[in-house]
Design a protein. Sequence first.
Length: 222
Amino acid sequence: MSITGLFLVLFLLFHGSMNLCLVIDDIFGTQGYNWICAMLGANWYAIIGTLVLALGVVVHFCYAVYLTIQNRAARGNDRYAIEARQEGVQWASKNMLVLGIIVIGFIVLHLYNFWWKMQFAELTGIETSMFDPQGGSAIVRGLFTCGWCGIIYCLLYMIWLVALWFHLSHGVWSALQTLGWSNLIWLKRIKVIGVIFATLAVGLFMVVVVYFLGVNIGMMIN
């Protein structure tokens, strides 16, 4: 679970950096994001990468459910006997499965909004109303700047990103601890590392959402 989690964090950093090109393109009129979309379309290496990524998500989620059930069974009725918050136990650490389910739910929405209309449509030849494998920026901009609907989508994605931040901020340092960085010297350091990675990964996505929310509101005012 730790290995797949860290793998998914690295993917988020890549995906977030790719999405940042959306803002750069929109400001400067460049085509960096569309070039990346064309490169990662129906090419064989992109398909393999998508399958590996999907496997990583499935394995990570299945292990999360399994470990949660195992931990609850091991604690038995003790979990009902203690109401006070345990010292040193983060809120996120006690709600990782709930946060994970929220993240998974929004991943499904994200796949429908973008992957379905881009890579999947290109692979199957099924055209959607917004399909353009080399014009991905138009799809993103169209979703986030469609009036009140765009505002709702932006707010939904912000909720997802907040849940993702809590999930990652605990998950990264917990994974590093599981893999051996668990001594007294490194424990506080890896917690800081977890917060940094979570903030960086989520921040890259949040910049795009906040930017297009501002564009959308500006268009509605004008």
